[in-house]
Design a protein. Structure first.
Length: 80
């Protein structure tokens, strides 16, 4: 059997909310370089990820992977 290589994005972040059923809100922090001044700027974006059974708690560091659309806002699945 051949091993399939996934081209889906994997992001690392911290759980900020787990109040919804089977959903965790994950804050992902990235660093971008300013195009003109060259200074690195910290950016934070929140993603909704599918967490079957609500196994993750607020403050947990997790990884999420891109997937098919699960609902209107959910496009990621918790993998760790």
């Amino acid at each position: 059997m051949e091993k399939k290589i996934s081209k889906k994005r994997i992001l690392h972040g911290v759980v900020t909310s787990n109040k919804m059923k089977d959903t965790a809100v994950v804050s992902v922090k990235t660093f971008k370089k300013h195009p003109r001044y060259g200074k690195y700027i910290s950016r934070t974006k929140k993603y909704k990820a599918h967490d079957a059974g609500n196994t993750k708690n607020v403050g947990d560091k997790i990884s999420i992977q891109e997937s098919r659309p699960i609902s209107k806002d959910k496009r990621f699945v918790v993998i760790k």
